[in-house]
Design a protein around this ligand. Structure first.
Ligand SMILES: [Zn+2]
Length: 227
């Protein structure tokens, strides 16, 4: 079963009919477009932080490879493979060409908001504006989710008497006023649950501020489970 990404047109495969129907209904994008939309939904300060994290982890990965005497990704291609690949690409235009998300990104770079200090409120307003613009251009915006986290949240709910709405059960709950999606939400008991993968350890302060913002806005119980 297959459908095409509504943005880039790339084919997306589905194992189950229900997944396909769900994806059509929610106008789901392919993984890479969804990731780009998520990135664009961040304020530029958040984007800079994220880029910094990626730069750092790339450095770590590269130095590890160096120690092991290996070279980084692309250089491992032999000359023959490179020639083949370059031949295969001849006459084709780059996948980057005419991609609306990349144009959007270029525009964002031009905005250059570096170094400005923003209050939580300003960030919230900016996030809401970004999400609205993205929705107008690309349809409903939804974050990528971790399927494993869904099972863990489901299991946690069973054990502790909660009924969480999550990505694979009604979709992640969207706190519209704050512009956040939470991993799980039990509306009846007003309980938010978040599953933090290991990389969250790099943004403890940010997560804490987010948690406090959510607690204050929803007057909810906030449960955090870590990988
Ligand atoms: Zn796509």
């Amino acid at each position: 079963m297959k459908r095409n990404c509504p943005i880039c047109g790339k084919g997306i495969r589905y194992k189950q009919k229900s997944h396909l129907t769900d994806a059509v209904r929610k106008n789901r994008k392919c993984k890479s477009c969804a990731a780009k939309i998520y990135y664009l939904s961040l304020t530029s300060i958040e984007q800079n932080k994220r880029n910094e994290l990626i730069r750092k982890s790339t450095k770590v990965a590269m130095s590890k490879l160096k120690k092991e005497g290996k070279k980084w990704g692309i250089y491992e291609r032999t000359k023959e493979i490179r020639q083949k690949q370059s031949h295969a690409m001849k006459g084709k235009s780059s996948h980057r060409k005419g991609n609306p998300l990349l144009d959007e990104h270029r525009k964002r770079i031009g905005e250059s908001n570096r170094g400005k200090v923003r209050t939580a409120r300003t960030k919230r307003v900016l996030r809401a504006i970004r999400l609205r613009q993205l929705k107008e251009r690309f349809g409903q915006v939804m974050p990528n989710y971790n399927s494993e986290a869904c099972s863990i949240i489901e299991e946690y709910g069973k054990q502790h008497g909660y009924n969480f709405q999550h990505a694979e059960n009604g979709g992640e709950f969207h706190i519209k006023e704050l512009g956040y999606w939470v991993d799980g939400y039990d509306a009846q008991q007003n309980v938010v649950i978040e599953y933090y993968e290991n990389w969250h350890q790099k943004q403890i302060q940010k997560d804490l501020r987010r948690q406090q913002e959510i607690e204050k806005h929803m007057a909810c119980t906030f449960i955090r489970i870590a990988e």
